[in-house]
Design a protein around this ligand. Structure first.
Ligand SMILES: C[S@@+](CC[C@H](N)C(=O)[O-])C[C@H]1O[C@@H](n2cnc3c(N)ncnc32)[C@H](O)[C@@H]1O
Length: 444
């Protein structure tokens, strides 16, 4: 294990030469320790990768490189916080067994759809039936749309948008009942994810903000008929991608995807069973996942009856914390973290606790990965640094200290991956310039 002076400034890679890569990274490429890379992605919509937006989604090229470099054909690749499933899809496309876990129900649904092939004939027939049913309901005078009930529904959507979304949803349900469609669950999930992918665009929510918010100034131009038109275009495009994906899957040597319903802290996987784990954890202070997808979750019926806050507390990086928890300063015993917690606490005790809790959960996460990984195998984690109440939080250094000194991983290499982000709109000062890629190894 290396003996590093935790807390020293190890973040400066400005002097390192920038390796700029367009498209795929060659597996022979040895990115130097503390090197700097910029990936210009060409594959963000390749096959099913583009089926749904997701905050802080990986460019496929980075996990593809890590999978090819650190695992072999037939081995298992786990993403314990898989989001929209980029790692899982890349794992199966590279003939590995892809395992994806996420606490978030919409993330799980997107991952399932992205990685589940549907044969061309079945999909074509189902799409034709769906399109016919949509036309039928749109023209019917007797049709009463079944609208989901949720707070401020009529502020989030214009009346004609509500009706058109209901037509899509009701048409999916109706063809499931009236037609004999094989693998109906998979087809229905595919249709619902395509529908979900247009919901934010046709809502009144600010399109530039990851959180779902209404702003007085944002006046989107959405006309009657636009919602159905967008759905039809997305369905055409994604059906084409699904067709190509299914053809690729047919030719794979390894056809295995495992999507357990568990969490990153308690995966339920067997000890010593995993060959490689690759993940990008949530950011502290940046993305509130349930709130980001609340409109989609209402429409898909993915929010249980309980309050959103109950669900939110279980997410790593949660901002749903109680006053009793942050009245007093919590410290971690980590050299890299405690001075930062003290500074944040002076400005904002609640934020200090949120930061503390994030790293405490990440420690449990590393312990779980230490348990499930095979000896000698890697855990690749990407993480950006943050500015919280004007205090710089060097998250990657803190994670390195946790993983090495508290959990027993060895840091093999770290490099900086510069990012060009479009979907995330967080305050300019807090926007990350890129992410650290940390390659840990479980000792043999
Ligand atoms: C940055 S996103 C991952 C994005 C992903 N790499 C992709 O390409 O789409 C982080 C994910 O961590 C998930 N997450 C948060 N807390 C979790 C937990 N306790 N267990 C599993 N997943 C969790 C969030 O729901 C979110 O989907």
């Amino acid at each position: 294990m290396s003996t590093r002076g935790y807390g020293e400034d190890k973040t400066n890679t400005d002097s390192a030469e920038l390796i700029e890569i367009e498209g795929d990274l060659d597996t022979d490429l040895e990115i130097p320790d503390r090197g700097n890379i910029l990936i210009i992605s060409k594959d963000q919509s390749y096959l099913t990768h583009g089926i749904h937006k997701f905050p802080a989604k990986f460019f496929p090229e980075l996990p593809r490189y890590l999978i090819q470099k650190y695992s072999e054909v037939g081995q298992s690749v786990l993403d314990p916080m898989c989001g929209s499933g980029t790692v899982v899809l890349e794992a199966i496309l590279n003939n590995r067994v892809g395992i994806g876990i996420d606490i978030d129900s919409i993330a799980r649904l997107i991952t399932k759809v992205k990685t589940t092939p549907i044969d061309n004939e079945t999909l074509k027939n189902a799409v034709d039936s769906l399109n016919q049913q949509i036309v039928l309901l749109s023209k019917s005078d007797e049709y009463t749309p079944s609208l989901p009930e949720f707070h401020y529904r009529d502020n989030w959507f214009r009346p004609f948008v509500l009706k058109e979304l209901a037509i899509i949803k009701d048409s999916i349900k109706s063809i499931g009942q009236s037609h004999q469609i094989s693998n109906w669950n998979d087809v229905s999930d595919f249709f619902h994810v395509v529908m979900s992918s247009i919901i934010r665009d046709v809502s009144n929510a600010d399109p530039h903000c990851t959180r779902t918010v209404l702003r007085k100034k944002v006046t989107k131009k959405i006309s009657p008929g636009d919602t159905l038109e967008r759905f039809s275009q997305r369905l055409d495009r994604q059906s084409e991608e699904m067709k190509k994906f299914s053809q690729v899957v047919n030719e794979l040597q390894v056809k295995n995807v495992i999507l357990p319903t568990s969490t990153a802290l308690e995966t339920g996987l067997d000890a010593g069973s995993i060959d490689l784990a690759v993940t990008s954890p949530p950011y502290i202070n940046a993305v509130d996942y349930p709130r980001t997808h609340q409109l989609e979750m209402y429409w898909l019926g993915l929010l249980g009856d309980g309050p959103l806050s109950k669900v939110k507390r279980k997410y790593i990086g949660t901002e749903t914390v109680y006053k009793d928890e942050y009245r007093e300063l919590k410290v971690s015993g980590l050299n890299t973290l405690d001075p930062v917690l003290k500074q944040i606490f002076k400005r904002d005790p609640r934020r200090a606790f949120i930061t503390y809790k994030f790293f405490d959960d990440m420690k449990s996460q590393f312990q779980e990965m230490m348990r499930v990984l095979k000896p000698g195998s890697r855990y690749c984690v990407t993480i950006g640094n943050n500015l919280i109440r004007e205090v710089r939080v060097r998250s990657h250094e803190i994670l390195v200290e946790i993983a090495e000194s508290s959990v027993g991983f060895e840091l093999e290499k770290q490099f900086f991956s510069k990012l060009i982000r479009h979907f995330i709109r967080i305050p300019r000062k807090e926007r990350m310039q890129g992410e650290w890629v940390l390659i840990f190894r479980k000792p043999s």
